[in-house]
Structure formats: structure tokens, C-alpha cells
Design a protein around this ligand. Structure first.
Ligand SMILES: [Zn+2]
Length: 114
């Protein structure tokens, strides 16, 4: 069976939009070179640590996931530890895009109501 190791990321920016990124699980370190908001490190052979500069509270949050979970789960949501609001979605492209499409629509609706 062919395993799909493509990982899709959507990181919220300070304006409530999403920065979209994509990479394979084996080249995640490259993301840090391209996007300084996320730092990714291996912890041992099976875990990955994500250090994210939070667009909501402006502090750094840390998340640790097993590589297997990252590959197998449709979507992993990383939230702000202070406010509990989602900051980054990671997972399969279609699922991530479908969630942020809804989120951006909600954000637009709120913006137009104000
Ligand atoms: Zn935060």
C-alpha cells in the first residue's frame, strides 16, 4: 500500500486569514526555512515537535505529535493554549482546505456584520 506522506498546513495570521503550506512529513524541517513562524524539530525517531508563534496571543506554543498520527489523521488542530482558539490545521489537503474555507466564511460574515 502506498502511504501518502503529504502534509498540508494552514496557519492563521493576525488578520484571521490562513497561510497555506504543504510538504511531506520527511521534509518538514524545510518549512522553518520558508516560514519563520513555525519551527519543527524531530524528537527521537518517532515524534515531531512544532513550535509556533501564536498570531492570537503572540507567544510561542509547543505541540508534540507522533509521525504516525500526523500521517494517519485527517486533520490535527493546534490551538492557542491561552484562548483555546484554533491556530493551525495540519493534515490531508482536502480536509484542511474544507475547514479553513468554512472558517474564512464565518470570519467574513462577522466582518460584514460589524
Ligand atoms: Zn496563543
Amino acid at each position: 500500500m502506498l502511504i501518502n506522506t503529504d502534509i498540508y498546513f494552514a496557519l492563521k495570521d493576525v488578520d484571521g486569514h490562513y497561510i497555506k503550506m504543504h510538504n511531506t512529513v520527511f521534509k518538514l524541517n524545510n518549512l522553518y526555512q520558508e516560514y519563520s513562524l513555525i519551527e519543527i524539530k524531530m524528537q527521537g525517531k518517532r515524534r515531531i515537535v512544532f513550535k509556533i508563534k501564536c498570531p492570537i496571543c503572540d507567544e510561542y506554543h509547543y505541540y508534540i505529535y507522533k509521525i504516525n498520527d500526523i500521517i494517519n489523521k485527517d486533520v490535527i488542530i493546534m490551538g492557542c493554549e491561552k484562548i483555546g482558539c484554533p491556530v493551525m490545521y495540519m493534515g490531508k489537503k482536502e480536509q484542511v482546505l474544507s475547514i479553513i474555507k468554512k472558517q474564512e466564511q464565518i470570519f467574513k460574515d462577522i466582518y460584514f456584520m460589524v
